[in-house]
Ligand binder design. Structure first.
Ligand code: NAD
Ligand code: SER
Length: 318
């Protein structure tokens, strides 16, 4: 049988998908990487290769696209993120868990070879050690998003052990990028703040100034994702999800770093319901298992991420 050369990215119009699709197209060829989402994609994504409308909950349509494009790898990014999920509890649970089931089932049935599915720091909870959170530790999430991600991790491990499904996953920290707008997360402030700074406006932050969270710049997140998926199967020893880390900061520290480039940028703080979500998450992560198993190491720091974000957003604004 011919090798399955197609790559399907579900949730391709979101913050990560907008960048991941382009990186995958460079790696596997434009026509081999199919972007799919409920909503339309960026011009760059639509113009550089195939785009299909897809609701991942529609199993027939999912099956049809997998066959039509000879799909071997699926990157399942469609989800409701932490803040939105608290407002839409059952839709979030259904999408975040059944969407994953449908893709896992495609692999169990032998239709696809490999799956990427992202988890999150949200699998941890208020009882988890906050500093340098280990790969394996107390995971008692108190949000619907975290509960759905933890359940997803366990199902990934189960499908690998029981059916041999090659499913791989990362627990992303908060992701920061300039191409795609964030979609309803608790870490979104760390993207919104840059847009305000570049447009010369003040920013009102929905987290308190001293809330320290782990974060990562999008180029590192994309590189982590692709390295994980390219790594030889025997190196992938964790089939739930790997901790990956880059740097941690508070809103106040980020504002100070931005002010090194834009003096006079001002931030006020008005915590809302997202504060409680953030308070239950780690401040920093231990990613030594990912480093040992498949060689993960971040490149960007708070300083280099900030100057790169400001450079690109300023260029886009002119
Ligand atoms: P996003 O909200 O920006 O994008 C999700 C995309 O999924 C959207 O374009 C949306 O239209 C699409 N979608 C929603 N329901 C769908 C459905 N039924 N069928 C098809 N598409 C659907 O999210 P993101 O930030 O790109 O995150 C992608 C994944 O990474 C999610 O699983 C998220 O939990 C995970 N993650 C993200 C972060 C982060 O900081 N961005 C951190 C940890 C984990
Ligand atoms: N960055 C995500 C969120 O805030 C965490 O998975 O929801």
């Amino acid at each position: 049988m011919a090798a399955k050369t197609g790559v399907l990215v579900i949730g391709a119009s979101g913050q990560i998908g907008t960048e991941l699709v382009l990186a995958l197209r460079e790696q596997y060829g434009n026509q081999n990487v199919v972007a799919a989402d409920l909503k339309t994609a960026s011009e760059e994504v639509k113009e550089s290769g195939p785009f299909e409308l897809l609701d991942v909950m529609d199993r027939d349509r999912l099956h049809q696209l997998v066959v039509q494009y000879n799909v071997g790898q699926v990157y399942l990014l469609a989800a409701l993120l932490s803040a939105t999920a608290e407002q839409k509890v059952m839709p979030a649970w259904n999408l975040n868990t059944y969407g994953l089931f449908y893709v896992l089932e495609l692999a169990r049935e032998g239709l696809i070879d490999k799956i990427y599915w992202p988890s999150s720091i949200a699998v941890f909870g208020p009882n988890t050690p906050k500093l340098n959170t280990p790969q394996s530790t107390i995971a008692e999430p108190s949000t619907v998003y975290g509960i759905s991600k933890l359940a997803g991790e366990r199902w990934c491990a189960y499908y690998h052990k029981r059916y041999g499904v090659d499913v791989r996953s990362l627990r992303y920290p908060g992701l920061i990028g300039y191409k795609g707008k964030p979609g309803g997360g608790t870490t979104d402030y760390a993207v919104d703040i840059f847009h305000k700074a570049v447009s010369g406006q003040a920013y009102e932050c929905f987290l308190s100034k001293r809330t320290r969270l782990p974060m990562m710049y999008m180029p590192d997140a994309i590189r982590a994702t692709m390295s994980l998926m390219e790594a030889p199967e025997e190196q992938i020893k964790i089939r739930s999800s790997y901790n990956v880390a880059a740097f941690s900061f508070t809103p106040e520290e980020l504002a100070i770093e931005i002010r090194n480039h834009i003096p006079g940028f001002s931030v006020t703080y008005k915590p809302d319901f997202r504060q409680e979500i953030a308070d239950g998450w780690p401040s920093s992560l231990d990613d030594s298992v990912a480093a040992a198993d498949w060689g993960w190491k971040n490149e960007f720091t708070l300083e280099t991420m900030t100057s790169d974000m400001l450079y690109h957003l300023s260029a886009m604004a002119t």
